[in-house]
Design a protein around this ligand. Structure first.
Ligand SMILES: Cc1cc2nc3c(=O)[nH]c(=O)nc-3n(C[C@H](O)[C@H](O)[C@H](O)COP(=O)(O)OP(=O)(O)OC[C@H]3O[C@@H](n4cnc5c(N)ncnc54)[C@H](O)[C@@H]3O)c2cc1C
Length: 407
């Protein structure tokens, strides 16, 4: 319910910001019409705090909440520019985590007997509808507006909250990326829904979304259910869920939504877009091969053989948190719970003990090879091939062998 209190002076600041055109001023007081979705955009701009929203408990009728939604994240396409630096283009691509969420969402939606829907917000993004369908979406909610060209917390939250209020999804999944981690909590707080961040597993239990994530520093896995509120919401990191092969012939129903977007609601303005240089390090999140080093590598200089191996294998160099804390590699290369989750075809762990916080970030790799001088190192419990020995002796020989093969 929305209430305009006696503090209202009829200044009309709330009128243009309502995306649904639900507010007008009469007799020096704001009046809210039936089109209101309780999105809260008006509350944000009212300097007199004269607007109060109380949302009905979702538990009143949970059966009205249906469908599993995936928030779609796009990313600009980069091209090589001057001096070997990358430049941002106007073209966009779907972030691979969207494919992963849709693939997992498809199975969950089937188990629930509900629709899988993609929520596509942006400017000139309609071209992605078929791709979303090919990864399983039955329906795509499309909101296109020039003001939504770049991600903006206030505008995107307002749009998604409006869609949730109108269509009542049972579950909403977001990527645990910079965007998803910013957007999902904002929405959860606004609509009083629960949110489980950084899930490592999702399944259905008694008709509810079972959300699994590490807790207590990664030492236990917690299973979380949200029985009383809707939608049930979770974020999942890239490379945690496996994506399915796309089905190019599958089609999705397109639902165009046209909320009125007032740029004035946005409290953050994009002044400039820049790519942060990773100091020549190849990114680990999409690498097929990762040669990762831990405290056992000992020095920056000794990491060079790992870099050489990664080059020979066409891969990237990763690191444990201990190696990052020692300043041997930048934080961008850290694998694990407080770093990046990776899923390469080959993960070579060198001088890494295998603490649970490291393992949760790499155990989904296809083939894990571990080199450690301690035969009881826990890393061997997840490794397909275990090499017990001194990495400073083994790695140069491995590199020399690969070079020889390449001749
Ligand atoms: C909340 C929280 C979040 C965390 N997040 C992360 C994370 O994201 N990623 C992460 O990695 N850690 C994380 N950690 C830290 C984690 O608990 C471990 O401390 C860390 O992973 C240890 O790194 P390491 O294996 O390189 O070092 P160590 O545990 O010290 O292991 C070094 C290994 O190198 C071997 N070794 C030494 N010399 C040689 C040699 N010459 N040849 C072969 N082997 C050798 C040793 O036998 C040993 O097994 C986190 C911890 C907490 C509490």
């Amino acid at each position: 319910m929305i209430e305009i209190t006696s503090k209202c002076t009829g200044c009309s600041r709330c009128v243009p910001v309502c995306p649904f055109g639900a507010i007008h001023v009469a007799d020096k007081k704001a009046v809210v019409g039936e089109a209101c979705t309780l999105c809260g955009a008006c509350v944000q701009v009212c300097a007199l705090e004269a607007i109060e929203i109380s949302r009905p408990e979702a538990s009143a009728d949970l059966s009205a909440w249906k469908g599993l939604w995936v928030f779609v994240e796009t990313a600009p396409v980069l091209k090589p520019g001057k001096g070997g630096h990358l430049e941002i283009t106007d073209a966009k691509t779907l972030k691979p985590v969207t494919h992963e969420l849709l693939s997992a969402g498809r199975k969950l939606a089937d188990e629930l007997g509900q629709e899988l829907c993609a929520v596509l917000v942006g400017d000139q993004v309609e071209g992605f509808v078929d791709e979303l369908a090919s990864y399983g979406a039955d329906k795509v909610y499309l909101v296109q507006d020039e003001a939504l060209k770049d991600y903006n917390t206030d505008l995107y939250a307002m749009v998604v909250i409006g869609l949730i209020a109108k269509h009542k999804p049972n579950i909403v999944l977001y990527p645990a990326t910079y965007v998803g981690r910013d957007l999902a909590p904002r929405i959860a707080a606004e609509i009083h829904a629960g949110l489980t961040a950084d899930c490592t597993g999702l399944s259905i239990k008694d008709g509810l979304l079972l959300q699994t994530r590490p807790a207590f520093g990664g030492n236990i896995m917690a299973d979380i259910l949200c029985p009383n509120m809707r939608p049930q919401m979770a974020t999942v990191r890239p490379n945690v869920l496996r994506k399915d092969e796309p089905q190019p012939l599958k089609k999705a129903a397109l639902v165009r939504e046209t909320p009125k977007i007032d740029k004035n609601v946005a409290r953050v303005k994009t002044l400039e877009k820049r790519i942060t240089a990773v100091h020549g390090e190849k990114k680990i999140d999409q690498a097929n091969v990762i040669v990762s080093g831990g405290r056992g590598v000992k020095t920056k200089d000794k990491f060079k053989v790992l870099e050489e191996l990664a080059d020979l294998l066409g891969g990237a160099v990763g690191a444990s948190r201990a190696a990052v804390d020692m300043g041997l590699k930048p934080k961008t290369q850290q694998v694990g719970q407080s770093g990046t989750t990776v899923m390469p075809r080959l993960y070579l762990a060198c001088g890494i003990s295998g603490a649970i916080q490291h393992i949760v970030g790499m155990r989904a790799s296809d083939v894990i090879v571990a080199i450690n001088k301690d035969p009881n190192a826990p890393i061997f419990s997840v490794a397909k091939y275990a090499i017990v020995g001194d990495l400073h002796d083994i790695l140069p020989r491995l590199a020399a062998g690969l070079k020889e093969k390449k001749k």
